[in-house]
Design a protein around this ligand. Structure first.
Ligand SMILES: Cc1cc2nc3c(=O)[nH]c(=O)nc-3n(C[C@H](O)[C@H](O)[C@H](O)COP(=O)(O)OP(=O)(O)OC[C@H]3O[C@@H](n4cnc5c(N)ncnc54)[C@H](O)[C@@H]3O)c2cc1C
Ligand code: FES
Length: 263
């Protein structure tokens, strides 16, 4: 059954996490049964400017009496993300979701490893929160450009049952190394599955590492999206069988083995 609903959510809290990143807590009147890796299309304006809603991964969700409270982690990069940063508490935003295919947390074996890069954290954090609830033991690797961009470190440490490993490109926190190189260095033979979200070069490196180690990987892609519901075909990715699939419907989480080389 399609669980997606188009509804208004009220902004109840915002916290600045770094100079450009912030967390939003929103409450919606109807359920939002999102799975880790699924996303919502957010509209901030009642007018036609900006016309298009923007996709954001759900970072966590809790049912309320009739609806839900959920969290988004946002990096300010342009018009809508700037509007979200300045939106007064109590304002309403349009939320369509949950959309897309999330991570398959029920089949990730006894010791998955989670990898996040930069603002790829939200779906990985949601997966970590869910795995903790399921009592699954896992490690999490999180890399960012520099220390201020490593978001919610103490929250992550509380949620991760195994090792939480942080690194930065410039060495301002943890080792100065790309997160995928650090994962390769600290790889454990018990890893049963890889879940990842981050910039495309990082996801390509995760896919290569998973292939090399013979472990299945699921990657949450962040292809730019206009409609979020499979209509505009603006988000297509190339699959291993030579066909193309809209990332908003068939993804945003894909098994690495489903994707064409270099997608
Ligand atoms: C499935 C999915 C989940 C996402 N989850 C999150 C999230 O949890 N938190 C978050 O901060 N962002 C997330 N994004 C990215 C987010 O949608 C964009 O940052 C947002 O649409 C930018 O809107 P804007 O109006 O502020 O910027 P615009 O004014 O539209 O664009 C500003 C700049 O950002 C670039 N841009 C727009 N979209 C993307 C993208 N997807 N990837 C790379 N560059 C882009 C544009 O080319 C432009 O250079 C996600 C994207 C997808 C597809
Ligand atoms: S965003 Fe329109 S088809 Fe995916």
């Amino acid at each position: 059954m399609d669980a997606r609903v188009d509804q208004k959510a009220v902004l109840v809290a915002r916290s600045q996490l770094s100079p450009r990143c912030f967390a939003l807590d929103l409450v919606c009147p109807r359920p939002l049964p999102a799975q880790p890796g699924q996303f919502v299309m957010v509209g901030v304006s009642a007018t036609s400017d900006p016309l298009l809603r923007r996709p954001f991964s759900v970072a966590g969700v809790m049912p309320t009496e009739n609806g839900a409270q959920f969290q988004l982690l946002v990096k300010e990069v342009g018009k809508v993300t700037a509007m979200l940063r300045h939106l007064p508490l109590g304002s309403e935003v349009g939320v369509l979701g949950p959309l897309g295919r999330g991570f398959s947390l029920d089949s990730c074996g006894p010791h998955p490893v989670l990898v996040a890069g930069g603002i790829g954290l939200p779906p990985v954090l949601f997966a970590a929160r869910q795995l903790q609830k399921q009592g699954v033991s896992f490690d999490l690797f999180y890399g960012a450009a520099s220390e201020p961009e490593l978001l919610l470190r103490s929250e992550i440490q509380k949620v991760v049952s195994g090792d939480a490993v942080f690194c930065t490109d410039d060495g301002s926190f943890g080792e100065s190394v790309f997160v995928t190189d650090l994962l390769r260095k600290r790889w454990k033979s018990r890893y049963s599955h890889l879940l990842a979200c981050g910039p495309n070069p990082m996801l390509h490196a995760v896919a290569r590492l998973a292939r090399e180690k013979g472990v299945a990987a699921e990657l949450s892609l962040e292809e730019p999206m206009a409609c979020g519901v499979g209509v505009c075909l603006g988000c297509v990715v190339k699959l291993a069988d030579g066909t193309y699939a809209p990332s908003c419907q068939k993804g945003p989480v894909f098994r690495a083995s489903e994707l064409a080389e270099g997608w």
